[in-house]
Design a protein around this ligand. Sequence first.
Ligand code: GLU
Length: 313
Amino acid sequence: MKGRFAPSPTGRMHLGNVYSALLAWLSVRSQAGQFVLRIEDIDQQRSKKTYAELIENDLHWLGLDWDEKYVQSERFHLYEEQLHKLEAGGHTYPCYCTRADIMATQAPHESDGRVVHTECQRLNDFRLHRLNDNRTIRSTRLVVPNKDVTFTDMHYGEQSVNLERQCGDFIVRRGDGAWAYQFAVVVDDALMGITEVVRGRDLLLSVPQQQYLHGLLGFTPPSFCHLPLLCNESGQRLSKRDKSLDMEYIRSTFAPEEVIGILAFHAGLTESPEAIKAKDLIPLFSWDKVPYDNIVVCGSCIFPKGIVSHRNK
Ligand code: GLU
């Protein structure tokens, strides 16, 4: 089996990113599988090489290793080849809508903030526009059918989603040539032979889109396993903008074994947040122990709420 951790180098990793990295790594290592590190730098404006280097450095510091490494910005030719397959099959169309157009004309917004887009599909027929319209193409979209798909997440169980209503025709490439996450991730997971995807539950609703794309491209989708998110005390998911729990702060305050110990406790693998090395968790790992509810970490103290430790001030 083969798993992966696929961070975007748009900032320093925070504790939530490390939680995902640790559990993806433990799942792979407990099955004697191969682990892939994939730097997801398709957003060329926001991605920084220094962050990519820091991600590697932080993972080494935590005691997490990998067998293969890839960088998405070196793989654009592969995305190009796969897009040709979709285009040849008539699965895509050029879309002229700006985000503002879409927001104005329709509005079923999913709870994760995504904007569902379907209506311009027929109006946007390329043959019509080619004749009398030289508007800017804003994106290339994939046509999705009005179909209910059911999938089983390894952790959250069976989920059912209507592709058209809940996902809509989604972007595979932006008008400026930038590749879309949903497309690049599918091509990469397939071509890298990934069999298990472990990541935060904010991406749970991406599964039907990704599975659908795998099918259109003739690939077998990996299994998916989503994780609870680490949140601050107001219930908001930790983000790269939230500096208080990023690796710069964490490394200046804690030893790697302390961080791993706290995350292992948050993952239900240990009874108390005692310091431990990542490799010593491999025999303790089991998905059955991992919680379902999001995990609250408090302010600048990364210890779980209510847990008294010599580091709690
Ligand atoms: N690059 C994405 C992120 O950092 C993760 C993508 C994935 O695991 O599918 O949120």
